[in-house]
Design a protein around this ligand. Structure first.
Ligand code: ATP
Length: 236
């Protein structure tokens, strides 16, 4: 396992959002983290990135403990989050957004994902380099957000709701890009409201409900079980 989460508990004040959660992500594979609204998916991603404090538990990236580490150190160690809502800089150009993605990486070894390589993977961004990011379509903004994350050359990429609000063809494009990233050896932890699509490309799945793990197994086992899909994901 390249990423292991062991007995993780995260609370917002007295509200426990994630309780005693353990799971592992296998190198070069896609892990689909599913569950209804409020189940604790985003909280899990933010906690393992060090963006919110954890109450207890261990997080390891390539056997190295990163629980409680500063987010920038976690990025340097090889894990990046593309957050929900994309969080690109709308009033800066695409090129400037990419330059910012490269900034703050001093000390990190070079890797495959240079600006040139990123633009080769997301050709639409080459055509938009001098355009303000806020003027891009939703799908283009999502590609920019993922492109920016890739510039830190992550071994593990956490994606929070990458298809949210996108048109169906654009969702297809984003999912095929995720598969491509996986083929390049990146481990992807994917949070998606589109459970069926997510399970089509995922190898493994973990399902949360009210902060607790209720399923941990192969994506195909989850997908082919009507009972599980109905019970946890409200899919008939
Ligand atoms: P969604 O699909 O709606 O984004 P989620 O599975 O990502 O849901 P989280 O956003 O992690 O779930 O929320 C888990 C629980 O923590 C919910 O009960 C939510 O209300 C609570 N929560 C999330 N953020 C905060 C916060 N900043 N302060 C207090 N409670 C929060």
């Amino acid at each position: 396992m390249i990423l292991t989460v062991d007995d993780l508990t995260v609370a917002y004040g007295s509200v426990v959002a994630v309780r005693n959660l353990s799971f592992g992500a296998e190198e070069g594979k896609i892990l689909s983290l599913l569950g209804p609204n409020g189940a604790g998916k985003t909280t899990t991603l933010m906690a393992i990135m060090g963006m919110i404090p954890i109450a207890s538990g261990a997080v390891r990236l390539q056997s190295r403990s990163i629980a409680g580490a500063r987010t920038e150190d976690t990025v340097r160690a090889g894990m990046t989050l593309t957050p929900e809502g994309r969080q690109i800089f709308a009033s800066l150009t695409v090129a400037e957004n990419l330059i910012l993605g490269e900034a703050g990486l001093s000390g990190r070894d070079g890797g495959r994902w240079t600006r040139k390589e990123v633009l080769r993977t997301f050709p639409i961004l080459s055509e938009r380099l001098n355009q303000d990011a806020g003027t891009l379509s939703g799908g283009e903004q999502q590609q920019l957000a993922i492109a920016r994350s890739l510039l830190s050359n992550p071994k593990v990429l956490l994606l929070d709701e990458p298809s949210l609000g996108l048109a169906p063809q654009v969702v297809d494009l984003i999912f095929s890009l995720i598969v491509q990233l996986c083929e390049h050896g990146i481990t992807v932890v994917l949070v998606e409201q589109n459970a069926m699509r997510s399970l089509e490309i995922a190898h493994h799945s973990v399902v949360l409900s009210a902060g607790r793990k209720v399923f941990d197994g192969s994506a195909s086992a989850l997908r082919s079980s009507d009972d599980l899909m109905k019970a946890y994901l409200a899919i008939q």
